[in-house]
Design a protein around this ligand. Structure first.
Ligand code: BES
Ligand code: MN
Ligand code: ZN
Length: 498
């Protein structure tokens, strides 16, 4: 989909359909008439008087109008109450608009939301970014395995008119939004592919493609490299699988003069059967999503590189399956991590923290000054926060605040959870330095405290995305399936460090 900015009148663009933002109070944003013409505006306000629900946030109503010129189909796009309007709502509205357009087989859509015409509206650049994100995220589909390609109804061009007096700023925002949305959609693709396709080797291949296209420096460490580095906790998970593990490293040297190095670390379990601590059959198919953290890091790296953010960023992405077999790790095994700390494996299903332990140690060894890890780590975070909010844990409140500020400004819901030292009791082992499970109470927190042992004094933020990696239904810029959660926040937090 191409996204083009239009200023002035919209009928001239001659689109298949026009999506016109309308408020819940039955009005249209100021200057709508100037853009779509007074006659059409009058028709719309007339309809709004009787169909008051059309203005509800997220509602779309298709009208067939006979104006003789310009678009003959108009989509009323409910924006909610004017006072509740926000960049997040703008993003979601763009998503609803492009899906409504697809349903009526429009190839070209004019999007008319003159939110920048009045006083006190959103920042033009941010508004452009939100619209591009919403349109590209909301129209995303994953059809790779559908032999009947129902792509015929896809939108080719979106003409955007938000009534801005600063078209350059909106234009710049649109371009940034496109880059970020492509990163998010890449992440979604990686997660949506099944585990028989998206193996650790395929993840490494994808990383190579990203590196080549976006100019990142790639290193892939193979099993023998991991052995030399004594990454025994990573290897302990990988040893049950016939798929060879891969440790993917991507480097974006955005500012060589800067001494800071941000490490983005992603859990890349391409399938989590639980290992010898086998999971129940029901729902096991969802464990193809267990590389969501890894996918987020790869999608974010693509966007960070394409935006040429002047910050040094290192991706550390350990990828492996977690499988049961005659050479798998057993409950009760004790292993020595790369850091030298010893771990008693209680459950082979608490594998994410094992692969992350060595990945975090390695990131520090490579000079990380700031770390963020993303992981579908615990079912407990889903119990605590549901499918809406990602859980955030840290050893450094200041770094955490920066990450949470970034999350808030991108609209991704994240919330800090307390990891008081006292919870560490739960992961004490009788025979090793720690054990890999702490029982059911506070399961997300003991998992984080396990990781904290490896972050040591380096500022570190852990984001548990087990509940947010996929969505159950489409809404706004979200579609059913992989969400690409975290990409927007990672790009924003890196951007905030310039
Ligand atoms: N990948 C799972 C966590 C998960 C659960 C992700 C539900 C998405 C949805 C993780 O590896 C796991 O199995 N965690 C265990 C830990 C337990 C054995 C301490 C869990 O949460 O049950
Ligand atoms: Mn598991
Ligand atoms: Zn897992």
């Amino acid at each position: 989909m191409k996204i083009e900015l239009i200023t002035g009148s919209m009928t001239a663009a001659g689109c298949d359909a026009l999506a016109v933002g309308v408020f819940e109070e039955g009005e249209v944003p100021a200057r709508t008439g100037e853009i779509i013409g007074g006659a059409l505006e009058e028709q719309i306000t007339g309809i709004l008087r009787s169909q008051t629900d059309s203005g509800k946030f997220g509602a779309t109503t298709v009208l067939h109008v006979s104006s003789g010129r310009g678009a003959s189909k108009v989509i009323l796009l409910g924006l909610g109450k004017p006072q509740d309007f926000s960049l997040d709502r703008l993003r979601d509205s763009a998503g609803e608009a492009v899906r409504a357009a697809r349903k009526i087989f429009a190839k070209t859509l004019g999007l008319v939301i003159p939110v920048l015409a009045g006083q006190g509206g959103p920042d033009p650049r941010k508004a452009g970014q939100s619209i591009a994100e919403g349109a590209l995220l909301g129209s995303y589909r994953f059809l790779d395995y559908k032999t009947d390609q129902a792509g015929a109804g896809d939108l080719k061009t979106l003409f955007v008119n938000i009534g801005s007096l600063q078209p350059e700023a909106v234009q710049a925002g649109l371009r940034v939004g496109e880059v970020i949305a492509r990163g998010v959609n890449l992440t979604r693709d990686l997660v949506n592919h099944p585990a028989n396709v998206m193996t650790p080797a395929k993840m490494a291949w994808q990383a190579a493609r990203i590196a080549e296209k976006s100019g990142l420096e790639l290193t892939v460490l193979e099993k023998n490299d991991l052995e030399k580095l004594k990454m025994n906790t990573f290897l302990a998970v990988a040893q049950g699988s016939d798929e060879p593990p891969k440790l993917i490293l991507l480097k974006h040297a955005g500012n060589p003069a800067d001494s800071r190095l941000v490490a983005l670390i992603g859990k890349g379990i391409t399938f989590d059967s639980g290992g010898i601590s086998l999971k129940p059959a029901e729902g096991m198919q969802d464990m193809r999503d267990d590389m969501g953290g890894a996918a987020t890091v790869l999608g974010a790296m693509q966007a960070i590189a394409e935006l040429k953010l002047p910050v040094n960023v290192l991706a550390v992405v350990p990828c492996t399956e977690n499988m049961p077999s005659g050479h798998a790790s057993r409950p009760g095994d004790v292993i020595t991590s790369m850091s030298g700390k010893t771990i008693e494996i209680i459950s082979t299903d608490a594998e994410g923290r094992l692969v992350l332990a060595d990945a975090i140690t390695y990131a520090r060894r490579l000079g990380a000054t700031h770390m963020i890890d993303l992981a579908t780590l615990t079912g407990a975070i889903v119990v605590a926060l549901g499918r809406l909010t990602s859980g955030v844990m840290t050893n450094n409140p200041e770094w955490c605040r920066q990450v949470l500020d970034a999350a808030r400004s991108t609209g991704e819901k994240m919330w800090r959870m307390p990891i008081f030292d006292e919870y560490k009791e739960q992961i004490k082992s009788d025979i090793a330095d720690m054990k890999n499970t702490g029982g059911r109470p506070a399961g997300a927190l003991t998992a984080a405290l396990f990781l904290a042992n490896f972050a040591e004094a380096t500022p570190w933020v852990h984001i548990d995305i087990a509940g947010t990696v996929t969505a159950e239904k489409e809404k706004g810029c979200q579609i059913k399936g992989a969400t690409g959660v975290g990409v927007r926040t990672l790009v924003e937090v890196v951007s905030s460090l310039q």
